[in-house]
Design a protein around this ligand. Structure first.
Ligand SMILES: C[S@@+](CC[C@H](N)C(=O)[O-])C[C@H]1O[C@@H](n2cnc3c(N)ncnc32)[C@H](O)[C@@H]1O
Length: 555
């Protein structure tokens, strides 16, 4: 029988959060079984007791292997946070793992098993018996049911601890780095907190929907207005239901003024505006994207409002444009027209309805132009901190002699912030618009030693690298799936003296670090890097996202 190579399985597992979790759970499971077998088999377990008292219990002889069953109610304690901020609960003795959305470390609660997935099960929280450790009041009225800020009622210090612990576990279990050596203490740095824990997002995308969503306990009180149309955030797990939101504490104050102004008027019957219905593909308004930047001359906030619609009908948008253009910070109103049935906000056509077609932002002393669809780090303040750390890890000599290869360069931000201290920067990126923004950003800042090339780094050929000199430093900042194996192999062959790996997914990051440092055994490829440091950075308080900067040096 043909076997699938382990490196391939590992690559797939860490790219897919669900599979990754399963894999991790299986590791815990085997450990738990091992420990369990060493214990006295006759000892009654808490698990047995729960089974016996359960209404669903058919037979007192039911063994732990049949546990838990779908629909069963259990009393659980959350131990830690895992992927996507889900709470991890273990059944005492058996170590069976249950995952519960919105359960926080230390919380004792009653949960109902909704799905059993092989070696772990999913649970829905029914009732909290005693709250989690480090409980705080969530300032946002939607925090307990909006999918965005899952940990707003966990103290910020506890959020940081949980994130740091996740990175550490991944580096040890997936990356195969030992945390038992004295060097590990120096390698694994403490997480860098975010100074601004609210109003830090410079971009928010809200959706218009024809079906307002409310959690069950609020249905009776709040749907008296008879309104079914909503503008807000997608209900967790639903592509067609929208939680109506009048204010989001993660975005800037002027962005909230725009949201409120639109909420006040868009349903007015005289305007004839309809939300796009994602099931029957009718309706006009799809998304409202709000981007906040800063004017480089005055330092004042400036806002772009982008309406994503299913067709181009500027007259229909006129009342909304009039309403928001009076807000002093609004300097750009755009219309992206997206005729596809998909949920994306990038339009096939783009129109300027008011003011300019882009806004600006400042980062590490440079000015960046941001258009409606260009990628830009969503937390500007913390991006400044992140880029400073990247520069430190790059360890530039500063004599203008080095070559930097900036992989997944987006609009060129990292490479451009390093350009003044190096000989040349070569940036690679798949999105053509981002490349053109990067070139304009270089011009805007008077930088002539940066070249940006459009290309797909998942599809590199054997000739990749022939059009630039061997780099001294490689910066790699991929999106969540991490680096493709082809790119890893290229880097192992290239042997640049230093790699700075910036990651927004610690699972794929740990996997890629394992390849670069320990090699790919099945392919007889040796690793040739040493992990010098791994620095988690909190870019997004109250959410499960974690950024990491890793410094690697050629052995
Ligand atoms: C996390 S962002 C980093 C952007 C940039 N370094 C920054 O800090 O603003 C990842 C970037 O990788 C790009 N990207 C994703 N897949 C890619 C691929 N296969 N080839 C090249 N670029 C890709 C995305 O378009 C995005 O701009």
């Amino acid at each position: 029988m043909a076997t699938v190579p382990t490196y391939y399985v590992k690559h797939i597992i860490t790219t897919n959060p669900k599979l990754y979790f399963l894999h991790r759970v299986e590791k815990f499971q085997s450990l738990a079984c091992l420990l369990h077998n060493q214990e006295q088999q006759s000892k009654p377990t808490q698990l047995d007791n729960v089974n016996k008292s359960s209404e669903n219990n058919r037979d007192a002889k039911v063994t732990s292997s049949f546990f838990p069953k779908r629909g069963q109610n259990l009393e659980l304690v959350c131990e830690s946070l895992a992927f996507k901020g889900k709470g991890v609960c273990k059944v005492e003795d058996s170590g069976f793992i249950l995952m519960c959305d919105r359960a926080l470390p230390g919380e004792r609660f009653i949960g109902r098993v909704t799905r059993r997935k092989g070696s772990y099960a999913e649970v829905t929280k029914l009732k909290t018996i005693s709250p989690h450790w480090d409980i705080v009041d969530a300032p946002c009225e939607y925090a307990s049911y909006c999918g965005g800020c899952k940990t707003q009622n966990l103290s910020y210090e506890a959020q940081l601890r949980a994130k740091e612990q996740q990175v550490r576990e991944l580096i040890v279990h997936v990356g195969r780095f030992s945390d038992k050596t004295p060097e590990f203490l120096n390698t694994m740095k403490a997480i860098v907190p975010c100074d601004e824990q609210f109003h830090y997002r410079n971009k928010m995308e809200f959706s218009f929907g024809s079906q307002k969503w409310l959690p069950k306990n609020l249905l009776e009180d709040k749907q008296e207005d008879g309104q079914t149309y909503a503008l807000g955030l997608h209900a967790p797990g639903f592509f067609d239901k929208v939680l109506n939101v009048n204010k989001c504490l993660l975005q800037s104050k002027p962005a909230n003024m725009v949201l409120e102004a639109i909420q006040e008027c868009w349903r007015h019957p005289n305007f004839g505006l309809t939300p796009y219905d994602t099931r029957c593909h009718t309706g006009f308004l799809k998304h409202l994207m709000l981007r906040t930047g800063r004017n480089p001359d005055t330092g004042l906030l400036e806002l772009m409002v982008n309406f994503v619609t299913s067709s181009y009908e500027p007259d229909l948008l006129k009342p909304l444009v009039e309403k928001v253009s009076v807000i002093p910070e609004v300097v750009s109103i755009m219309n992206n027209v997206n005729t596809s049935v998909g949920n994306t906000s990038v339009g096939e056509e783009e129109y300027t309805l008011y003011g300019k077609s882009s806004i600006t932002e400042m980062l590490r002393g440079l000015i960046f132009k941001i258009s409606a669809n260009s990628f830009f780090q969503t937390n500007t303040g913390q991006a400044d901190v992140l880029y400073k750390l990247v520069e430190d890890c790059a360890g530039l000599r500063g004599d203008g002699s080095e070559i930097v290869l900036d992989l997944f360069c987006g609009t060129g931000t990292i490479g451009l912030t390093l350009a003044k201290r190096v000989k040349h920067v070569y940036g690679y990126e798949v999105v053509p618009q981002a490349i053109s923004d990067a070139q304009q950003n270089a011009k805007l800042n008077g930088i002539s030693n940066a070249t940006f090339i459009q290309g797909d780094l998942n599809k590199i050929s054997d000739t990749f690298g022939s059009d630039f000199p061997k780099p001294d430093i490689v910066i790699s900042d991929p999106n969540r799936p991490g680096m493709h194996l082809k790119l890893i192999k290229y880097l192992l062959k290239l042997k640049a003296p230093r790699i700075v790996y910036v990651s927004c997914n610690p699972a794929t990051c740990a996997r890629d670090l394992d390849y670069l440092c320990h090699g790919i055994k099945e392919q007889n490829i040796k690793g040739c890097y040493e992990l010098k440091s791994i620095q988690p950075v909190d870019m997004f308080p109250h959410t499960p996202h974690i950024e990491c900067i890793c410094q690697l040096e050629l052995c």
